[in-house]
Design a protein around this ligand. Structure first.
Ligand code: ADP
Length: 341
């Protein structure tokens, strides 16, 4: 019995010892693991700290760059503001210069044209056919010069915002009939016929001088770009809210990409050809501004080069109060030697 008990006790003690040793091993392994873990956490913390410091340095660097750029932009803006101001002053000086120079050029030209006209018409005595031809040529050149000066003057008015229309009521039909009559001689000389197309008797409420200016310019262009044997047809119609005037020619025509561009200032499709014909690329710009100031629209239509062009404009049918003409109103086409006599 005692042997059995001792044996049992010895076994118990042995397994307890083994269990303690096992526990010690596990404890040591756990301690090692914790040590490892602690080292890795320290390592990661150090890495993170380095990354944070790196990022902080880059943020500082970028902030400094941004600040530098901001200062440079502020500087540029200040310079630009100064430049814009300078440009504004120069632009104003250019407008004034343009206006003064045009007036100074126009003043002697108008009487000169009248005197040449007197000579050409034989009002102060007879001249030989050769002399008359010379007067005709002088008259045409002087008139062309005057038209260019007038375009510059109109353009200068346009740039200074002096386009307010002074509206009265007038018959569009009568106005067009007069302008067609004015253009007949020049048309005959170039072998082009001008015809009145469909017409409705309609009263416009607009600035008559300005609208004459537009129609005369469209006639001028139609004549300039139509060769002998061609035809120009003008018509006017009324819808329930607007008057539509159309001037159709059988001339040079326009490519699609130029239909809008021709209204841009100084734009000429073929500048050599147009300048030869006595233009500066301002006529249609002036027409567009006049029509815009009346609340209407103006546009060009053409099936392409060689297919003729049609220029159309509209005027709204309104019944707004009429304003009296002012000194800044346009001179009438006859005063300006407009139209194509
Ligand atoms: P310009 O006085 O130089 O003719 P415009 O502003 O009146 O200036 O016209 C601008 C350009 O539009 C012209 O140079 C020409 O190329 C084109 N153009 C105007 N009217 C016609 C037309 N009836 N047929 C063909 N081209 C035209």
């Amino acid at each position: 019995m005692a042997f059995f008990f001792n044996n049992h006790l010895a076994r118990e003690l042995k397994s307890e010892k083994q269990a303690r040793e096992e526990l010690d091993r596990s404890k040591r392994a756990l301690l090692n693991l914790m040590g490892d873990l602690e080292d890795r956490v320290k390592e990661r913390t150090r890495e993170l700290e380095e990354t944070r410091q790196g990022l902080e340095a880059r943020v500082k660097e970028k902030t400094a760059d941004l600040e530098l750029n901001r200062r440079a932009i502020m500087h540029m803006l200040k310079d630009l503001k100064g430049d814009v101001e300078k440009l504004r002053v120069v632009d104003k000086m250019k407008d004034e210069f343009l206006s003064i120079i045009s007036h100074e050029l126009r003043t002697p030209m108008a009487p000169l044209l009248d005197y040449i006209n007197i000579l050409k018409e034989g009002l102060v005595g007879d001249f030989s056919i050769e002399q008359k031809k010379i007067f005709e040529a002088m008259y045409r050149s002087a008139r062309r010069e005057l038209n260019l000066i007038d375009s510059l003057l109109d353009f200068s008015r346009l740039e200074r915002g002096l386009f307010a229309p002074h509206k009265t009521r007038f018959s569009i039909k009568n106005l067009i009939r007069d302008l067609v009559e004015n253009a007949q001689l020049a048309a005959k000389e170039s072998g082009v016929s001008i015809k009145l197309g469909e017409f409705e008797e309609v009263e416009a409420e607009a600035d008559e001088n300005q609208i004459s200016r537009v129609i005369a310019q469209l006639f001028d262009n139609a004549l300039k770009f139509t060769s002998g044997g061609g035809k120009i047809e003008v018509s006017a119609q009324k819808t329930d809210h607007e008057i539509r005037v159309k001037i159709k020619d059988e001339g040079l025509g326009l490519a699609k990409e130029n239909l809008e561009k021709v209204f841009d200032k100084f734009y000429q499709v073929d500048s050599g050809y147009s300048r030869d014909k006595g233009g500066m690329g301002l006529g249609l710009t002036i027409c567009r501004e006049i029509i815009k100031a009346h609340g209407g629209r103006i546009w060009a239509e053409s099936l392409g080069l060689g297919q003729g062009s049609t220029f159309c404009f509209t005027l709204p049918l309104t019944s707004s109060p009429l304003s009296p003409p002012s000194a800044d109103s346009f001179p009438s086409p006859s005063k300006m030697e407009r139209g194509s006599q």
